[in-house]
Design a protein. Sequence first.
Lengths: 131, 86
Amino acid sequence: MIAVLDIAVSILIAVLLLGGAFWMLTAALSMFHARDSLSRINVLSPATGLGLPMIVMGAFLEHARVDGFDPALLLKSVVTVLALIIVSSVASNVLARAAYLSGSPVDPRTAPQDLARAPGEGEQVPHSDDR
Amino acid sequence: MSVILWVTVALLGAAILVGLFRVATAPDAASRAVVGDLVFFSGVGLIVLVGLLKASAAAVDAALIASVLGILATVALARILTRGRR
């Protein structure tokens, strides 16, 4: 029974680690396909919001499998995952705003572009031709 | 298990190399900042994996600090991009 559980946990760890690294590599390769910096900021999200938390949880499970369960390590891992999700969301929001304000070219179909016009200038409809 | 750890290290290293190449060929400064962020987070993943390979729990603390304070680098880059405007 213990041996079966050990194999199951090992497979779970392998899936978490390899899957997380796969997301990071996919995000890095997708940086070549995104056409403007706003799309690249979007492409970053799966790496920091899914890939790295998977790696951290897989590392926690491996530590627990080798050395036994440690509540402090669980607390650190959970705080790391929460920090990654919250921090990367806030950081990409700040970076996207700065990227737009710095005048880097955006895809011409980007709509609405509220930062480019004065308040109360009228509503912009989101682009819907190429669905 | 060691094979899986090394394959993960190889994938993360490939992500870092691809990211550095993209930093060199990026068309504008904002893209460089974003891809630099990706390289940073891949480095955090590498720290976690080195902690597994060396069986050291201190790497978990390093990853915790890096993920909490990682926003500082991004916000600083954002301020540089807009020349100090918010």
